[in-house]
Design a binder for this molecule. Structure first.
Ligand SMILES: NC(=O)c1ccc[n+]([C@@H]2O[C@H](COP(=O)([O-])OP(=O)(O)OC[C@H]3O[C@@H](n4cnc5c(N)ncnc54)[C@H](OP(=O)(O)O)[C@@H]3O)[C@@H](O)[C@H]2O)c1
Length: 317
């Protein structure tokens, strides 16, 4: 049951003694999520591709909250090697992890490939987080009741899963919108399949998901090459919600004690574009167990990552 009133930061309990990793924690929704988690007493690790920006963000949080515990670690989700290096270092430095927020993302770049030859949006937004989560599962399971929070989008509804050509091979038929939609659909399919597999193995870890509606962040950077977007963006930013409002669904997913594995949170306002977080529905495609299971196999094959206790032998970073 949803609470009768809007869910606000007053409803977020203390996060003291919680260790939280936020991918892309230096910008936009990731940054606001990090700031609030620090306010609530969490120990934070900002996992970012640019350590300079990550350190600036950590410094900003420390200026606001001198007692905040924030560290930064390099993680480039477009490079499987960087993901493995991050996991290896994290596991060496920390025994357990309470919350992994798979927040980092790119939206609608021109067709390009990651270092490992993946279409960049599928590679960063989905495969990067798939690999990271699998590698960190042992430390998540070492926490008393951990959560994995995957950040999806309203745009998942533009996406489909074409298993014959999941990554627009050679750029043929590439559409920035379709590829973004596919990567965000993959975030949901991954969450629901992960929920099922975690439950089957009797794991204490929950898989949950959230979307921010429409929030003013740096996400539109690749669209600013279009004159119209550059011209319209300041106007658009007046109508969409702030990044701190956009962070609320993530914060509810990671910290509300009433959350259950498989929950999906988004804003409660007009067409889920703005407002306070509530449980929301997702497309029929995102709930198709055959598609989510196929995506899992594809993701294992592409990344070479097998999840602890889920069909395959233990992975070491
Ligand atoms: N803003 C919205 O309206 C909206 C709507 C729906 C969903 N979302 C989702 O919300 C999430 C956060 O986006 P945002 O709106 O806060 O955008 P943002 O301000 O652009 O933040 C994105 C973050 O992801 C990081 N990132 C990008 N590529 C990466 C890589 N290869 N490795 C590691 N980190 C990488 C960025 O790092 P740099 O700063 O170094 O570039 C940045 O920290 C995304 O998953 C996005 O799809 C946002």
């Amino acid at each position: 049951m949803e609470p009768p009133l809007a869910w606000t930061l007053q409803d977020l309990p203390s996060l003291k003694n919680k260790r939280i990793v936020i991918t892309g924690g230096n910008s936009g929704i990731g940054f606001d999520t990090a700031r609030v988690c620090a306010e609530k007493g969490a120990e934070l690790v900002l996992a970012c591709r640019n350590l300079g920006k990550a350190d600036e963000a950590a410094q900003k949080i420390r200026q606001l909250l001198p007692k905040a515990s924030v560290t930064t670690m390099a993680l480039d989700l477009s490079r499987q090697k960087s993901i493995r290096d991050f996991a290896k270092r994290f596991i060496a430095d920390y025994k357990s992890l309470d919350v992994l927020v798979n927040n980092a993302g790119i939206m609608m770049p021109p067709y390009e490939l990651t270092e490992d030859g993946f279409e960049s949006q599928f590679g960063v937004n989905h495969l990067g987080h798939f690999a990271l989560t699998g590698l960190l599962l042992p430390v998540l399971e070492a926490a008393p009741s951990a959560r994995i929070v995957n950040i999806s989008s309203l745009a998942h509804r533009f996406g489909d899963m074409n298993f014959e050509n999941p990554m627009f091979e050679g750029g043929v038929g590439y559409s920035r919108t379709k590829a973004y939609g596919r990567s965000k659909l993959a975030n949901l399919l991954f969450t629901f399949e992960l929920k099922k597999r975690l439950a089957e193995r009797g794991s204490n870890v929950m898989a949950v998901t959230a979307h921010p509606g429409l929030a003013a962040t740096n996400l539109s950077r690749y669209l600013e090459t279009y004159f119209f977007v550059r011209w319209a963006m300041p106007l658009v930013q007046c109508f969409i919600q702030s990044a701190d409002m956009g962070a609320l669904p993530t914060l509810r997913a990671l910290g509300d004690p009433g959350v259950e594995s498989g929950d999906y949170f988004g804003p409660d306002g007009f067409r889920q574009q703005r407002g306070y977080p509530r449980r929301v529905g997702s497309s029929k495609l995102s709930r198709d167990p055959q598609i989510s299971s196929r995506l899992w196999t594809l993701s294992e094959n592409l990344t070479g990552i097998r999840y602890l206790g889920m069909d395959s032998p233990r992975v070491s970073a």
